[in-house]
Design a protein around this ligand. Structure first.
Ligand code: DQA
Length: 142
């Protein structure tokens, strides 16, 4: 089984970006933990980050040719991007929306997600464990 872990804009700055909100782990720390978890679960993991909407869309399109599912943190695009929603609808593999922070405990504009309705499910507020829980859920679907 193969899974894409897809990180959106500004998540490359994890570790130094608002650590009181997003924690002190870097993106590499999170990716390494997920690769380890993948080994435990017998799953192959590929991690991609981009701050560009088009590159995230390309990564989703590409995933449909090789991945069994996607764990996706769309960052700020969660709240704005019709194009990412359409890309998720267009591919036939399950996508789980994840957020490090609890978006519902934050500003109101973060309460709206344009992509939740086309995702298999959503996990928000558990720091890096949001990704781990999503990966476990995807492996249990297969
Ligand atoms: C985030 C929440 C978003 O609202 C924000 O724009 C991010 C990170 C999270 O992981 O908590 O960039 O997706």
């Amino acid at each position: 089984m193969k899974y894409l872990i897809l990180h959106g804009p500004n998540l490359n700055l994890l570790g130094s970006r608002e650590p009181e909100v997003y924690g002190s782990m870097t993106l590499d720390d999170i990716n390494n933990k997920l690769i380890e978890l993948g080994k435990e679960l017998g799953a192959e993991i590929k991690c991609v980050q981009s701050s560009h909407e088009g590159a995230l869309i390309d990564a989703l399109h590409n995933a449909r040719t090789w991945a069994n599912g996607v764990v996706f943190n769309p960052g700020g695009f969660t709240h704005t991007s019709v194009a990412l929603r359409d890309a998720i609808s267009a591919i036939q593999i399950p996508v789980v929306e994840v957020h490090l922070s609890n978006v519902y405990a934050r500003e109101e504009f973060r309460h709206k997600s344009l992509i939740s309705g086309v995702c298999k499910g959503k996990i928000t507020g558990f720091g890096w464990s949001s990704y781990a829980l999503a990966l476990r859920a995807l492996t249990e679907l297969s």
